[in-house]
Design a protein around this ligand. Structure first.
Ligand SMILES: Nc1ncnc2c1ncn2[C@@H]1O[C@H](COP(=O)(O)OP(=O)(O)OP(=O)(O)O)[C@@H](O)[C@H]1O
Length: 268
């Protein structure tokens, strides 16, 4: 389950269909498969005298799954925060589609993150007092949008939570809570989903279930996914692994296997 390329039914076969951009016309029309979902140009982020991100340029293409890897302190979280509009670079530009994030006021940036970006974090970040359905639809509620019931039903089925819609997070396992968080990230049909160590707290089998959901979002609906991870087995679900060291991109690996990622990792 956690070493996808070692088994037959997993991402290699899925990747062969990776250019297939699903049955959801609205989504497909908006995302222009193959174009740029997010582009970073010469992005630098400094904290005092620390350069966390050093002149990084990168494009996340629509309908792709990218793993960001690197040792602790190499700049992975900073990269994700700058690419997703959670933080502003010290210099350089970030574009989501045609929108340059640096030109946005804070309120517009907040709205953009809510409406056009999906997030999955290690800690799930569900609202304890809300049931599964309200947690999943929260970004729609906050954005004053009505749920597209067909899409909501599909997302809920995909993550396997249809029987649990009235449960509170405390009644769910960690893996189930993370599946709810994945559904919440997908419900707005975001242009890109950023997942920061989403499986770090899960056992390998449960982690595999969550990663498979992200893979399916790419293969079945043309979603764009960026995964920050320390785990070579998790990176093996991606189309490309990108390696960071001291705030710079030092390598990339297409169709990564866990073994190949580990080998590259050892020389970082
Ligand atoms: N808010 C901050 N203030 C000061 N320094 C920071 C801040 N955030 C990150 N840094 C520094 O920037 C560098 C990159 O940090 P970052 O968290 O992006 O690395 P990372 O690869 O995500 O690490 P980890 O795998 O441990 O989470 C580190 O040297 C870190 O100490």
């Amino acid at each position: 389950m956690t070493a996808p390329r070692a088994s037959s039914a997993t991402p290699i076969a899925a990747r062969a269909h990776g250019a297939h951009h699903g049955e959801h016309g609205e989504h497909a029309a908006r995302t222009d498969p193959g174009g740029a979902a997010v582009t970073l140009e010469r992005v630098t982020k400094t904290y005092g005298r620390v350069t966390a991100l050093d002149n990084v340029s990168w494009t996340f293409r629509r309908g792709t799954f990218t793993a960001i890897m690197g040792t602790s302190g190499s700049g992975k979280s900073t990269f994700l925060h700058c690419a997703s509009g959670l933080d502003r670079p010290t210099s350089g530009t970030v574009r989501l589609g045609d929108t340059e994030l640096g030109t946005l006021k804070e309120t517009d940036l907040t709205r953009l993150r809510r409406d056009r970006v999906g997030f999955v974090f290690q800690g799930y970040n569900l609202v304890p007092s809300m049931d599964v359905e309200r947690n999943i639809t929260l970004p729609l509620f906050l954005g004053g949008r009505k749920a597209d019931r067909r899409w909501l039903t599909e997302v809920v089925h995909r993550v396997g939570m249809a029987e649990r819609m009235d449960h509170k997070p405390s009644q769910l396992s960690g893996g189930q809570q993370q599946r709810v968080a994945v559904a919440r990230a997908l419900v707005t049909r975001p242009e890109i989903v950023f997942a920061d160590e989403p499986t770090a707290a899960l056992d390998p089998r449960t982690a595999g279930h969550v990663l498979r959901l992200l893979r399916e979002a790419v293969d079945q609906t043309g979603q764009t996914v960026v995964l920050v991870t320390h785990d070579p087995a998790a990176a093996a679900w991606a189309d490309t692994a990108v390696f960071l060291s001291e705030g710079r991109i030092v390598d990339e690996l297409a169709a990564p296997t866990a073994a190949a990622v580990l080998t590259r990792w050892e020389t970082l």
